[in-house]
Unconditional design. Sequence first.
Length: 312
Amino acid sequence: LLKAFDYSSPWKEHEQKQMYKLDIGWPKIPEYFTGQTFCVAVDSLHGLVYVGQRGDNVPKVLVFSEEGYFLHSWNDTVEMPHGIFVLNTATDSSVWITDVGTGKYGHTVKQYSPFGKLMQVLGTPGNAGSSLIPLQFDQPADIFVEESGDIYVVDGDGGMNNRLLKLTNDYQEMWLAGTNGTGIGQFKIPHSVTLDSVGRVWVADRDNKRIQVFDKVTGEWLGSWSSCFSEDGPYSVRFTANYKYLIVAQLNINRLAVLAAPPVGTIGDCVMVNTVQLADETKPHLVDVDMKTGAVYVAEIGAQQVQKYIPL
């Protein structure tokens, strides 16, 4: 009996061991969330958390401290934020936002100062693009910027384009992957993008219910993961601070999946190490990770809030 018990226990225990707990004190005053919270980005260097929300007559970007205190908000030139990313370089910080609005600011990727001053606009504001022109976006979903300034954009959130684009720090196209479809390297709503520490680009290929992986230098397809997403496609991809795990949001089943990140070399298929089950109708859309503390922030469009989970 003991033998049988020993034999079956490691996986079960592994499965039950909680990896994160909800920080119920974050934010201090949840009433600042007045719209639908679509995205969140952490500036771990300065201990700041940026939240993008949508709605009529609501501030589109809210800024909190990592302790949960509301600091300020800004609104100019942001229409419908979808994805958000904070870049810290040696000299300054900037906030990148993908805007999927259909008005005069939409279909763009924009760079702001931490206080909301518009610094750079990629795309043609108000004009949905075609995949033929690199910097012509159609509902760009998410962005990741390296310290070198190289930019990765997944475009789009249901528009004509289904592609992953890499740009240089002076906004020239380096490579482009993907067309609309279900084949290798094709996308159906590429919804989120991130990089690991060994030069691979990870894309949540939402409606194909898989994650696809590319070489960041060449854009070459390296592999894909699908077995973990039979219940619901991946909405968001972000690595934990130690790059050991990939955190994936699954909106329709209100769940965060924690997947084991493969070391250098083969991608293989996904291994789900842990899950965080959120309340019904929470609808986790995009997440971000504090690369200093390991905390995971979840933008929930159903609950209209951002929640913070602390690693145990």
